[in-house]
Design a protein around this ligand. Sequence first.
Ligand code: ATP
Ligand code: MG
Length: 363
Amino acid sequence: MTTFSVAVMPGDGIGKEVTPPALELVQEAANQCGVEISFTEIPAGAEFYAETGDAFPESHFQEAKAADAIFLSAMGHPDIRYPDGTEIGPQHDLRKRLQLYAGMRPCKTLPGLPLPLKDPRSNELDFVIVRESIEGLFAFPRGHELDDEEYAHNLMRISRTISDKLFNFSFKLAQQRQKKGKGKNLVTHIDKANVLSSQHRARQWFYGVAEQYPDVEASHQYVDFAALDLLRRPWVFDVMPTENQYGDILSDIAAGLMGGMGMAPSGEIGDTHAVFQPCHGSAPDIVGQGKANPTAMILSGKMMLEYLGEKHGCEGALLAAERLEAAVEAAYGTGNIVPFELGGCAGLKQISGAIANKLSGVI
Ligand code: ATP
Ligand code: MG
């Protein structure tokens, strides 16, 4: 049996609630396909900072780094901050320190939900935002004070090295999706090249990389127009690489198209490491109420199985990813689970239970 080591960081708030069912389901799907996952829990985050004075000790970072993948839930708390007032977010440290430049944010709708928009031909949405995750407007999020009494600044910094990596990742992803019969063989660079010179350069670099992929169509769109299209005809998109903050905002729109933050998974991927986590935060407003939707965390686990399978050439892990996704689709396909976020009354237990039943073939 192939064994993978996974560092689990449950974090704060509803992160601690959605982690246990996700671990169970990922393990169950893996075991069904001859794969074992060895989970090691690593505490970090705002609540850990309140207890110990260190949100993410170096030894914890090293332990996470040594694993085959990192499975992280949500981190942060509005009332627990660093002395300078900034938010506690070890997930940002991981992105920077492990150079996780490609923030994969798939928007794939599930059946059985009352959703606002679907492709009239396929009756679903299926595209991926690839958010550049370590530079752009968030290259210097804190500790880089340029402000004075009259002005406040933030710098958008984009490097050719990371941009090239992001674009190569995006074109390869489009090829993979095409092979699986899912994609449109299209990569659309989302930018603001008409206003920002850094964005103009990013677009040039994008088309430079595109030349290496003559089989894939390369296109571009201004970010404001892309926002409009996401709310008008999102089915025109396939793979959308974009600057960090644009990706941050557009992926919340994409989460809305899937039914809410609790539905949206993500993977932060670099050349050597990867972190998988739901797009949502720690949601202090619903902690302890049983309302947290674990789907985003479970689907992030599915993405992690896929990554492990591809990286290590492990068929079992790829199969496990497919099984887990099929179980999620089958559970929602009944039409019986509508999460709180969508006006329904299915919470943590009902949703994870329905998925577990489908996975074990009980129903
Ligand atoms: P961040 O600062 O990281 O954005 P946040 O705490 O503001 O974190 P978001 O993820 O932005 O949380 O979510 C906004 C709101 O969406 C939450 O306050 C909560 O009401 C709802 N929400 C988020 N995640 C879930 C979930 N998994 N299940 C149900 N509702 C959720
Ligand atoms: Mg938020």
